[in-house]
Ligand binder design. Structure first.
Ligand code: PAF
Length: 302
């Protein structure tokens, strides 16, 4: 299968690199990373069992005019609209969002003719340097129709992902899965980013109460949006990801360390916005959102 990975940062490089074990992959990446991959391939480090330590996807900085069976979108949530504009100049049978946060699929679908699938990924990944990506926790890719229900395209893509050795589930309840992943990110990302801890530490005193409160509030808002996600399900999803990626530096902490804008708006900020529209109070998410936005403003990145 021919696959384009649009946004080959940490997660996109890891997923693209794993897919390149079996498929023709093109990474759309920043210049230094694209150059390193074209010159010497992509080095895969860490928890990637049975893997060659180097794979050879193509890499480009130009995301326009591309053709492939699938475009996999892994850009930051605030770059989704810009990515869609460039993807609209190419030809794809389908587009799959594997991004953090809520609203990415709708943004893509509004601008693209190809069917847009929803997906989540809980692999831990860190781009160590141009051309080198580290798998810091084996998770899972879940994908399916964005409104839920069966999808022949999702089944075809699920088979392609599984053939490359990725842990993959094709799901018919993507709206619930997206809220569950939102709860995972709401509990892990801002807490790790603001306190400079690794993912596993959110399960320990004194961070655990804060993370679990953010998760509980997210599940409550999901239920108010008619998505059946219990507090217990959301909490055990967050705990399972924090354990599987215990030594990972979360993507939001990576953003803070690199002094970049974070995905707070599409994660905890989304919970706050939806809660406000429903007349619900989500004080933990509100506080975490305010703190991260304040940090962004102080660094002049928002
Ligand atoms: O954003 C992240 O870092 C990831 O979604 C996850 C799964 C929490 C692993 O760090």
């Amino acid at each position: 299968m021919e696959l384009v990975v649009f946004g080959a940062g940490s997660l996109g490089s890891l997923i693209g690199g794993l897919l390149a074990r079996e498929h023709d992959v093109t990474l759309v990446a920043r210049e230094a990373h694209a150059r390193a991959v074209n010159e010497s391939g992509l080095r895969l480090e860490g928890a990637v069992a049975d893997s060659p330590d180097r794979v050879f996807p193509a890499a480009t900085t130009d995301g326009t005019g591309l053709e492939a069976d699938l475009a996999l979108v892994t850009v930051k949530s605030f770059d989704t609209a810009a990515a869609a504009e460039r993807l609209a100049t190419g030809t794809f049978d389908g587009v799959l969002s594997l991004q953090n946060g809520m609203g990415n699929e709708a943004t893509l679908a509004a601008r693209l003719e190809a069917p847009v699938l929803a997906g989540t990924a809980t692999y831990g990944a860190v781009l160590r340097e141009p051309g080198v990506v580290d798998c810091t926790g084996v998770g899972e890719v879940v994908l399916g129709a964005r409104a839920g229900g069966p999808s022949a395209l999702a089944v075809r893509l699920g088979e392609a992902f599984a053939a490359a050795g990725l842990e993959t589930t094709v799901a018919e309840d993507m709206p619930r899965r997206l809220w569950e992943k939102l709860a995972v990110n709401a509990g892990i990302n801002p807490v790790t980013a603001l306190t400079a801890i690794e993912n596993g530490a959110v399960l320990e005193d004194p961070a655990d109460g804060l993370s679990r409160a953010a998760v509980r509030e997210t599940a409550r808002v999901a239920r108010a949006c008619d998505v059946p996600l219990s507090n217990r399900e959301a909490r055990s999803a967050m705990e399972a990801v924090a354990e599987a990626t215990a030594t990972n530096t979360s993507s939001m902490r990576q953003d803070v360390l690199a002094e970049r804008r974070t995905e707070i708006d599409a994660i905890n900020g989304h919970v706050v916005d939806r809660a406000a529209a429903l007349g619900l109070e989500v004080p933990t998410n509100r506080t975490l959102t305010t703190l991260v936005r304040t940090w962004e403003r102080g660094r002049d990145v928002r």
